[in-house]
Write a protein that binds this ligand. Structure first.
Ligand code: MOS
Length: 732
């Protein structure tokens, strides 16, 4: 078995030697370069456009504005397709909205000309600050793509709260955050008649294929999307955002292949963000700490509805994490003159569990109870929201192992009671959970006479190890050495696989790879039985095995290459589809974790350092211990950024993002991150899917911000309910 082994990432060497080709790096003959022009107002309309001056600049091939832009078939686009702003009208809905695209023979000439496109605006009143617009909050129209209502309730939360002996009530807020992958969005688009090829940085090649086909009114088979490597996505490459569509439009209009690479600054206005949230939590318990009522009201910032709809689903974990009989959850959105928000690593849970798990810590303090004991007192053995059993749940083991590794029992419960010289020392913990998502996926396998198996699936590797773990799954399913398995991904000509979002790639694609390999192995064994020279005719197929490239029978062994040669075939092939089934109805499907943080706060200056971190996770079966651990460390690091650093600052007057760069938008760097101990709890969730995995990308960042906020409270006695926690929150 190679599954589970910490083998090195297959793309590692290609990446460090610069041979892994990213979207912007494909050599395409006759390439022209595009530059985006963006609005300088947050609300209103364009009343006049002067593109003539820019058009006369040297090397300029096209100045595309709402006046002359190709008309697209907006009505045919699906929910994950951004139909605005695509230069289809003159409305301005946020500051930084795309209003023109300038194309020239070189990037420098395009850039120079882009500065000469002139707009006259009629300026409308801009609503840019969520906290001042709460009375305009509305019920989402399409929460979770219409799969469930935005509100839920069980029991009688209001009556239970009113009657309860111990109550806490607090509001928690999280800021706008941006994904900031290292690789910016980039697209190269080339038309050949009515056929379109795009190289683009995306988490979903097949979704992008469908979106572009719909918008340009062509057959999806006429669109090819290529993306072998992604330099980080975290959700901002999960939809077909306007820059990709505009690049294809520009290529069509100028009659040449066009490349558009967003600047770091444009990455703040062009591909979504994690919306600001305001969350009101009420918790009630009896004196023993048993939860009696939980209310979670979530508000998240939205754009103008013409741009689409995105709701941060902050309350979903509150429905299922604890065995509380009376629960009410609601989601509202607040339309502003801002861009459309989107999924960002652990959408909903990252923000929502910060609020819930901070509130649980406040409740523990009120009860004078250990925070971990409070979690255990409310442990949900079955999903309290749906009443279903969990496919598997090892959260108790997560708590136990993380607490032991961390040394939680050394915690003195009183805040401000632990000290090391000038450092106030704080211990904090929180729970983590994230749903296991799975969508239908296809994969194919081909075994050649050379004994090499090639796995093909139209999924993509976001940098997380998809190439590597699919090779491991295939190697075991075929009984081949992993070095005999090649993996091809990232091309929409391959069998269709879903968007890599919601930690669903492995739970979706690995079962398809495994099914295709099993089908291929069965074919090969049938070939061996049918081959007159094996003398196996009449044997049942389970009398034979295929291992290390050889069919093994009761009396002898025949190589796959020999079988293929005798049957006069260069290769055999199998393809399979796998998707969610009855397990959805039978079980609640979730991954779990426990997060423990030690912070040190300088008693005089308020400087906050994360000192130690331990997380333990039940992510189902682990396909590769090294790539899984990397995901855990990466997710926790993302969570540290959320807790202590990340915040997009927006000027209230102009609606403009003022720290649209990675010097002033603070991301966690090595110096911010202490040793992280990431523990994987052994599990094999076959009830959840045939491969037993749960998805691991988002889980580890859930609860990190709460664990750190709780540790900061324990160190200082100051409860910070607004992220990120900064020095100024702690100086009193
Ligand atoms: Mo993820 S935020 O679904 O890429």
């Amino acid at each position: 078995m190679i599954v589970g082994h910490p083998i090195n990432r297959r793309d590692g060497r290609l990446k460090v030697t610069g041979r892994a080709r990213y979207a912007a790096e494909f050599p395409v003959e006759g390439l022209a370069h595009a530059v985006l022009v963006q609005s300088t107002i947050a609300a209103g309309a364009i009343v006049a456009i002067n593109g003539e001056v820019a058009a006369r600049e040297p090397g300029v091939l096209g100045v595309i504005t709402p006046e002359n832009a190709l008309r697209l078939r907006l009505g045919r686009a699906g929910p994950q397709v951004l139909t605005a702003p695509l230069l289809q009208n003159r409305d301005v809905l946020y500051n930084g909205q795309h209003v023109a695209l300038v194309v020239a023979d070189t990037l420098e000439r395009a850039l120079a000309a882009a500065g000469r496109v002139r707009f006259e605006y009629r300026q409308g009143e801009a609503l840019t600050v969520m906290d001042q617009a709460l009375e305009g909050a509305v019920v989402p129209r399409n929460f979770r793509n219409g799969e469930r209502p935005p509100d839920s309730r069980r029991g009688e939360p209001d009556a239970a709260f009113a009657a309860a002996p111990v109550r806490i009530e607090a509001t928690y807020t999280t800021p706008v955050e941006h994904h900031n992958p290292m690789e910016p969005h980039a697209t190269i688009a080339a038309w050949d008649g009515d056929r379109l090829t795009v190289w683009t940085a995306t988490q979903g090649i097949s979704a992008t294929q469908g979106a572009l086909a719909a918008l340009f009114g062509i057959d999806p088979q006429a669109v090819r999307v290529i993306c072998p490597y992604v330099g980080g996505g975290f959700g901002c490459k999960g939809s077909t955002w306007p820059p990709a569509t505009l690049t294809a439009m520009a290529a069509r209009m100028v009659g040449r292949p066009v490349k558009l690479v967003l600047t770091r600054e444009q990455m703040f206005t062009s591909n979504g963000y994690r919306p600001r949230t305001i969350q009101r939590i009420k918790l009630a318990a009896d004196q023993s700490g048993r939860l009696l009522a939980l209310r979670h009201e979530g508000f998240s910032q939205m754009s103008q509805p013409a741009l689409g709809e995105f709701v941060e689903p902050v309350g979903l974990a509150s429905e299922m994490l604890y065995a509380c009989p009376n629960v009410a959850v609601s989601h509202r959105i607040v339309p502003l003159h801002q861009g459309l928000p989107t999924y960002m690593r652990a959408p909903g849970e990252a923000s929502g569990v910060f609020a819930l798990e901070s509130a649980m810590d406040e409740l523990a303090a009120r009860l004078a109870m250990d925070p971990l004991e409070l979690r255990l007192a409310n442990y949900a053995e079955t999903d309290p929201h749906t009443g279903k059993p969990f496919s598997s749940k090892k959260l108790r083991e997560c708590y136990e192992q993380a607490a032991a590794a961390f040394g939680w029992n050394r915690r003195n419960p009183a805040p401000r009671s632990m000290r090391d010289g000038n450092w106030l020392v704080g211990y904090g913990m929180a729970s983590a959970t994230y749903p296991t998502n799975r969508r239908p996926a296809r994969a194919a396998v081909r075994l050649g006479a050379d004994g090499i198996a090639v796995i093909r699936s139209g999924t993509q590797d976001l940098g997380t190890g998809t190439y590597t773990v699919m090779a491991q799954v295939a190697a075991d399913a075929l009984g081949l050495a992993v070095s005999r398995v090649r993996v091809e991904l990232g091309d929409s000509r391959l069998p269709t696989a879903p968007v890599s979002g919601g930690s669903s790639t492995v739970p979706s694609v690995a079962p398809a790879v495994e099914a295709a390999c099993h089908a291929l192995r069965a074919q090969l064994i049938d070939m061996a039985i049918d081959d007159p020279r094996t003398g196996w005719s009449g044997l049942a197929s389970d009398a034979l095995r295929f291992e290390n490239g050889v069919v093994v029978g009761p009396d002898r062994r025949v190589g796959a290459g020999e079988l293929l040669a005798r049957a006069n075939r260069a290769f055999i092939e199998a393809e399979a589809e796998s998707g969610p089934g009855a397990e959805r109805d039978a079980y609640a499907l979730h991954a779990f974790g426990a997060q423990f943080a030690e912070v040190r706060v300088d008693a005089l200056t308020g400087e906050i350092r994360l000192a130690r971190y331990v997380g333990a996770f039940d992510a189902g079966r682990v396909l590769n211990a090294k790539t899984a651990r990397s995901q855990l460390i990466g997710g926790i690091t993302f969570g540290v950024g959320m807790a202590l650093l990340e915040k997009t600052a927006i000027d209230a007057e102009t609606g403009r993002i003022v720290n649209a760069n990675i010097a002033e938008y603070l991301l966690a760097v090595n110096a911010d991150i202490p040793p992280i101990q990431a523990i994987l709890i052994p599990n094999d969730d076959r009830a959840g899917n045939p491969v037993g995995v749960k998805g691991i990308g988002e889980l580890p960042m859930v609860g990190v911000a709460a664990a750190i906020a709780n540790a900061v409270w324990h160190a200082t006695g100051v409860r910070v309910r607004d992220l990120p926690i900064r020095i100024e929150d702690l100086i009193t």
